[in-house]
Structures are given as structure tokens and as C-alpha cells.
Design a binder for this molecule. Structure first.
Ligand code: PEP
Ligand code: MG
Length: 755
């Protein structure tokens, strides 16, 4: 009798020799199938390869009609072969014709074969083709034969992935692996980038597949598993995760997987079948992934990611792979693809090389996205399957405006995008030329253009954009991207750095605006049914005066000897301002008592975001040194539309009569009281709405740095007085119902105002 475990071993050894021989690809494939057939005592062995048009084509056969090679084909999901490819699962049948999916291909002459064993050729859980053996007699293939065939399929996967089969692919056709794919996700950060894929956690390519000594490989696997378990225990015992929380939960799951006997046994079996320890990890990882990729249960899918991460860690242990070696040869135009990523990891990449960021998960408000946006990097999120579909170095286009990525794009699409990018660059060039031009309207009104910021990575934009200062510094971002609450000294030194980099230009710090959609992981608040209307911003700060006082003190100390401009978010009643003033007074007294230098001037402002303040405008204007309209929230609350809910967010127009009338009332009240007024919501950064703001009487606006150029180009061409008259009349017009937006676009067109 044949030695069961020696059989696969001999086969793999023979295959290794075949892979090393200098053969033409067709010849190599032909010999591989012959070798498998003979080793497995099968009358037939065939390889089908998946083309980009979703068709599985017969690439080589031993036993079937040779004339059918490159002619016989089945669609994905069709016949037994198509079923295996579509499900990424093996089929072991003693009577193939009896299977409902069986489909007879006359050109192959396969009707005389009864038993059938087919396995998917997998790479990262994705089917690249199918490998089949068949016998005339009705028989059921043994488990070890199935294992052997699956292992052999890995060798074929490698051959397909290295592009060797391209040479024998018929002209005009393409293999699936090199197919152009578009993945639709969500737009998380605007902009377009062209470049090459950099997988954040590069797949470790296992090149050494076949082992020389199984026992040695079993020991290597055991050692690697041992180190992996220790490293997980280490992480679990660290202080930051010693509490409850998601991080701990993930690590607990890792620990559970790392001790999973089923997993270990499957890897050991693969080693006994001739694989090296790393190839065994990869094989089991790919099989598991193929099985789990079809799950719809979000919890189980999440567990699949955990398992995948764990297998990658194990591969790293075994191959001694370090991320340092991966960063060598980092492309000049890199588009980073990740399942998920922490903000700090993004900051580790060389900024000047990054053209885009693609995340399979994440949310617009996740930290890495906030940081990427601050860095002006286009971001696409929720790009399902992106990591598995792309290889390191693949050409890719990220369209952050539309929330899409194009992997291995066709030439015409590539050209169209190159043209778009050129156009943008030309416009950017024009805007840059305006950087030092005075922001004076055509009729001589001076407009203060400032930028919004929240991280140190934003600061270089101050000089680059020509903004005159920072009109809104969102201090919560520092809190949102750190894993623990920033300490008093950390806050102070952060504000100091901001002021140093601003180099004398004014910075308006907004006190903590957390809660609502701004989640701070270590600050646990209760589930709220309406978080936007809940315990957030100034409400939270007044209930936790320690937190607010720490921040106020840090701001006062960082601004010693200079001017401190600060404002409060989400104020609903004027009394809240007075309460903060009292706390501020206490801090000032405390600091002077201990001999600290104080700011030489304090400017105390509020954000106008809650409609209730509209009926307190007189008191408000008297109470503060300046008012900044937070139009994002003011619009959300006055129109009752959730700003984060795509289904309703665009339902009403910021340029509609109700909202513009609200803004006009605010301008009138500020003018009457002589209180400086500004606006720092998104509408300040869009040329048409910014034009409307100037028409309403705003003379100061703050926006993202990239908007400064376009807004300046708009205002240089604008006659504000003429627009004001027109806009006033349009807002008072109770009869024509002509949308104000149309009035504004008409005005811009007639006066050649660039929008
Ligand atoms: C606003 O609400 O308009 C604003 C500028 O604040 P944020 O977007 O941070 O809520
Ligand atoms: Mg707001």
C-alpha cells in the first residue's frame, strides 16, 4: 500500500523541482497536471483559471481532450467548477453527474468520469481558479488527498499571482487578478490622488512553500505560537488596556484564537502535508477567510478581521518580517490601503509621499480621518474588500470627491483623471499667486480671511494659504486623537506650540467641544437618545469644572505676555457665559497669586450655534468681545436637520430665505452693538455661500485652509455694495419665490465672479 503521508510529500517535492525548471508556462502547467494525476492515481487533472470577464477557462489538462485547452470555459457559478470558484469551497463527489450543478462540456469528453475532487485556487481568500482531479470509478477522495490538492493549489496561486500565465493568455483577454476594479465607498476627505498601492499591513508573501523536515517546521510553528501568546498577554497586562473597553475585548478575542486547538491542528496538518510553517499559516488563513468572507453577520465579520490580524502577526513572527523593511522603497506617490488605522500610524508615513488614504472601515469622525483631512489627503472610507483586491505596487486612483477608488485603472480612465489633476493643480497655482494679495473687494472693502485648525499638522497651512490667523481652533481634536486624557502640561505645551507656529498671527481657541458626534474614547458618558441635543460642549464643561479650569489655565499660561483669544461652543443662555467668566476669573487670580505672567490681553467670545441665542442677541453682544457664528450647528438646529445624516442634511439650503434672514439679523445686531462678528462654519469656505455672507455684511470669515485661495479669488471680483442691495431685496421679496441661490448665481455670472 502507498504511504499516505508520503504521497503528497513526493508530489510537492516534484512540484518544487518543476517550479524551478526553466520551462515555458504552458509546458510547466502541463507537467504539473500530469504530475498531480500520476501521484494521485487520477485519470484526469485539470486547471481552470479565472479571467477578468468572470469566465473560468481551461488552461491545462491531463486526461480530458487536449483540444479543449483554452477553449472550454464556464462562467463563475456555472457547473461544478464555477460553483467551486464562486463559493471558494472544495467539492468532493463520488458521482459528479448526480450533482445538481453538474454541466456537461462536450468538447472535454468528461462524461466517462464519475468521481470528482475540485479545490479553489485561493489567494487572500479570493478565488483565482480551480484545480480538479477526476476518476472513472465512483470513489470518495480521502481527507489527506483533499489536503494535498489544496496545498498544490497554493503553488498554482503563486504561479498566477506572479503573472507567469499572462504569456499564454489569449490576446484581448485578461486574468482576473490583474482586472481593473472600481470600489465604491464613502467620501471622507475631498481631493483626487493618483499613485501606487501601499498596503498598510503588507501581505507577507510566503515564497518558501515546501518543507524539508516536517518535525522542524512543527517546532517552528510551536515557537512562533508561543511568542505570539506571550506578546498578547503582555499587551493585555499593560496599563492602558487593563480596564474594560473595546481594545481589551479585541485582545481577549486574539488570546482565544491564539489558543484555538482547531486552528493549530489545521496548521499542523498542512505542515505534515509538506508545507513550511509559514505556508501552513497562510493556507489555513486563506481557507478560513474564503469561508468567512461570505458572512453577513457584522459581529462574525469583525471576528474574521481579528483572526486575520492574528494570522498576520504569526506570519511576521515566522518570517522575521518587520515593517521597517516594508517602508524601504516607499513610492513617491503612495495611496495607502488599510482595513483600519490609528491616527498615529498615519503620521508615521512620510507625508510628502502620501496621495490618498483608503479605509475599509472607519467613520468620517474617526481620528485617522480627521488627521488625514487636516493634512489635505483625499480619503475614501467603507471601501469594502479594497485590501484583498489590490496588491502592493498596483496603480490606483483615489477619488475622494466621489468616494471611489479605481484599482489598476484602464488607460482612458487614467488619462481622464490625470487631466482633472492637472486642472486642479493649475487652479491651485493661480490661488497661490493670490496668497500675498490684499483681500479687498472690488469696491474696496477689507475682508478678514482666517483658517480653521485643530492639530499641529494644520499649522504650516497658515503661511502656505495666506490666512491672516486661525479663526477657529478646535481644541477637542487633541483630545480626540490621544488614547488618554491630555494632562494639564500636555495641553499647555500643545497650545504653546500652536502659538509659536502661528508666529504672532491671532489664534482663536475654542474650549472643548466634546460630546455629540465628537467622541472621546476615555471620557465615558451615558448613551443618549439625542446626543446632538445632549450633554456636550459647554454643558459638559460647566458640569465638570475641573476639566474646564484645567483647559483655561493651560490657555492662560500658554498665552503669557501675549493675547489670548478664546470662545465657548454651544452656548444656549447668556448666563452660561457669565459662569465661565467666573471660572476664568478664579484661574487668573490663582495664576497671579503664584506669580505667573498673564496674557496681556484677553478676548472672550462665543459661538452662536443654538437658535435660543437669537432671542438674546442684545445681551449677548454686550456680554462678549466677539461672536463667531457656527453655521454648521446653527443650521442643524434651526432647520431641525441632523448634519451627519445624508438623507436629510441636504434637504434644505443654507442659501434659503429662512437661514439667510437669521444671519442677517445677527449681522444687524452685531453692527448695532459694535461687536466684532465672524462665521466659521463650512459655508464660509464655499465661494457662492461666502459671497452671500459678504453680501449680508460679514467682513470676517474662517474656513479650511484650502478654501482661502478660491474665496479670495471670488472677493477680489466682487462689488459688495451692489450685491448687498440685491440680496436685501431678494430676502424681503415675499412674492416671486425665486430661490435666493439663483439670484446669487445670476449675480456671479453677470459680474464674472469666479465660483
Ligand atoms: C459649527 O458648528 O459651525 C462649527 C464651526 O463647529 P463644529 O463644526 O466644530 O461643530
Ligand atoms: Mg459646532
Amino acid at each position: 500500500m502507498r504511504d499516505l503521508s508520503a504521497g503528497p510529500r513526493v508530489l510537492l517535492k516534484r512540484l518544487r523541482e518543476l517550479m524551478a525548471e526553466p520551462l515555458e508556462p504552458q509546458e510547466r502547467l502541463d507537467r504539473i497536471v500530469r504530475q498531480i494525476a500520476s501521484n494521485m492515481v487520477a485519470e484526469v487533472c485539470s486547471v481552470y483559471v479565472l479571467r477578468s470577464d468572470g469566465v473560468l477557462e481551461l488552461y491545462a489538462t491531463e486526461g480530458l481532450n487536449k483540444d479543449a485547452v483554452h477553449l472550454a470555459q464556464l462562467k463563475m457559478g456555472q457547473g461544478l467548477v464555477g460553483t467551486i470558484a464562486a463559493s471558494a469551497q472544495s467539492l468532493n463527489l463520488s458521482d459528479a453527474q448526480a450533482h445538481p450543478a453538474f454541466r456537461y462540456l462536450p468538447e472535454t469528453g468528461e462524461e466517462i468520469y464519475h468521481s470528482f475532487l475540485g479545490v479553489p485556487i485561493l489567494r487572500a481568500g479570493r478565488s483565482l481558479g480551480v484545480l480538479v482531479v477526476q476518476n472513472k470509478a465512483q470513489r470518495s477522495y480521502r481527507e489527506d488527498e483533499l489536503e494535498a490538492l489544496e496545498t498544490t493549489a497554493m503553488v498554482l496561486a503563486e504561479m498566477i499571482a506572479t503573472g507567469e500565465l499572462k504569456k499564454i493568455t489569449r490576446p484581448g483577454l485578461e486574468l482576473d487578478l490583474t482586472r481593473a476594479v472600481t470600489i465604491e465607498g464613502d467620501s471622507y476627505g475631498e481631493g483626487i490622488g493618483l499613485g501606487y498601492v501601499v498596503l498598510h499591513e503588507p501581505r507577507i508573501v510566503v515564497t518558501n512553500l515546501l518543507n524539508e523536515d516536517s518535525e522542524k517546521e512543527i517546532r517552528r510553528l510551536a515557537d512562533a505560537l508561543g511568542s505570539l501568546r506571550i506578546s498578547i498577554d503582555d499587551m493585555l497586562s499593560r496599563r492602558e488596556v487593563a480596564m474594560e473597553g473595546e481594545h481589551r475585548e479585541v485582545l481577549e478575542t486574539y488570546r482565544m484564537f491564539a489558543h484555538d486547538q482547531g486552528w493549530v491542528r489545521r496548521m499542523e496538518e498542512a505542515i505534515h502535508n509538506g508545507l513550511t510553517a509559514e505556508a501552513a499559516v497562510e493556507k489555513v488563513q486563506s481557507d478560513t477567510k474564503a469561508r468567512m468572507i461570505r458572512l453577513t453577520d457584522p459581529y462574525l465579520r469583525e471576528r474574521m478581521h481579528d483572526f486575520d490580524d492574528l494570522a498576520n502577526r504569526l506570519l511576521r513572527q515566522l518570517t522575521g518580517f518587520s515593517s521597517r523593511s516594508a517602508s524601504e522603497g516607499f513610492p513617491a506617490d503612495a495611496i495607502i490601503l488599510a482595513r483600519a488605522m490609528g491616527a498615529a500610524e498615519l503620521l508615521d508615513y512620510p507625508r510628502s509621499h502620501i496621495r490618498g488614504l483608503v479605509l475599509e472601515e472607519g467613520a468620517v469622525t474617526s481620528h485617522v480621518v480627521i488627521v488625514a483631512r487636516a493634512m489635505g489627503i483625499p480619503v475614501v472610507g467603507q471601501a469594502a474588500g479594497a485590501v484583498a483586491l489590490a496588491e502592493n505596487g498596483d496603480p490606483v486612483i483615489i477619488d475622494g470627491d466621489d468616494g471611489k477608488i479605481h484599482v489598476r485603472p484602464m488607460a482612458d480612465l487614467q488619462k481622464a483623471y490625470e487631466e482633472k489633476v492637472r486642472l486642479r493643480a493649475r487652479r491651485q497655482e493661480q490661488f497661490r499667486a493670490l496668497r500675498d494679495v490684499d483681500p479687498l473687494t472690488k469696491d474696496g472693502k477689507r475682508i478678514l480671511l482666517q483658517m480653521n485648525a485643530g492639530l499641529l499638522v494644520d499649522l504650516p497651512q497658515l503661511t502656505a494659504s495666506g490666512a491672516e490667523g486661525i479663526g477657529l481652533f478646535r481644541t477637542e481634536l487633541q483630545f480626540m486623537i490621544s488614547s488618554t486624557m491630555p494632562k494639564a502640561e500636555e495641553q499647555e505645551s500643545f497650545y504653546r506650540s500652536v502659538l509659536r507656529q502661528a508666529d504672532g498671527r491671532p489664534v482663536t481657541f475654542r474650549t472643548l467641544d466634546i460630546g455629540g458626534d465628537k467622541v472621546v474614547p476615555y471620557f465615558r458618558s451615558q448613551e443618549e437618545e439625542n446626543p446632538a441635543l445632549g450633554w456636550r460642549a459647554i454643558r459638559l464643561s460647566l458640569d465638570r469644572p475641573g476639566l474646564l479650569r484645567t483647559q483655561l489655565r493651560a490657555l492662560l499660561k500658554a498665552s503669557a505676555g501675549a493675547e489670548l483669544k478664546m470662545m465657548l461652543p454651544m452656548v444656549t443662555e447668556v448666563s452660561e457665559i457669565r459662569a465661565v467668566r467666573e471660572l476664568m476669573q478664579k484661574e487668573v487670580q490663582h495664576l497671579s497669586k503664584f506669580g505667573h505672567q498673564l496674557p496681556k490681553r484677553l478676548q472672550f467670545g462665543v459661538m452662536l450655534e443654538v437658535p435660543a441665542l437669537l432671542w438674546q442677541l442684545e445681551e449677548l453682544m454686550e456680554e462678549v468681545d466677539f461672536v463667531s457664528v457656527g453655521s454648521n450647528d446653527l443650521f442643524q438646529f434651526s432647520m431641525a436637520v441632523d448634519r451627519g445624516n445624508a438623507r436629510v442634511a441636504d434637504r434644505f439650503d443654507v442659501l434659503g430665505r429662512p437661514f439667510l434672514r437669521i444671519l442677517r439679523d445677527i449681522v444687524r445686531a452685531a453692527d448695532k452693538a459694535g461687536t466684532p462678528l465672524t462665521l466659521c462654519g463650512e459655508m464660509a469656505g464655499k465661494p457662492l455661500s461666502a459671497m452671500a455672507l459678504l453680501g449680508l455684511g460679514f467682513r470676517s470669515i474662517s474656513m479650511s485652509a484650502t478654501s482661502i485661495g478660491p474665496i479670495k479669488a471670488m472677493l477680489l471680483a466682487l462689488d459688495v455694495d451692489r450685491l448687498s442691495k440685491l440680496l436685501d431685496a431678494a430676502l424681503d421679496d415675499h412674492r416671486t419665490h425665486l430661490p435666493v441661490r439663483d439670484v446669487l448665481t445670476g449675480f456671479a455670472e453677470d459680474n464674472n465672479i469666479p465660483l
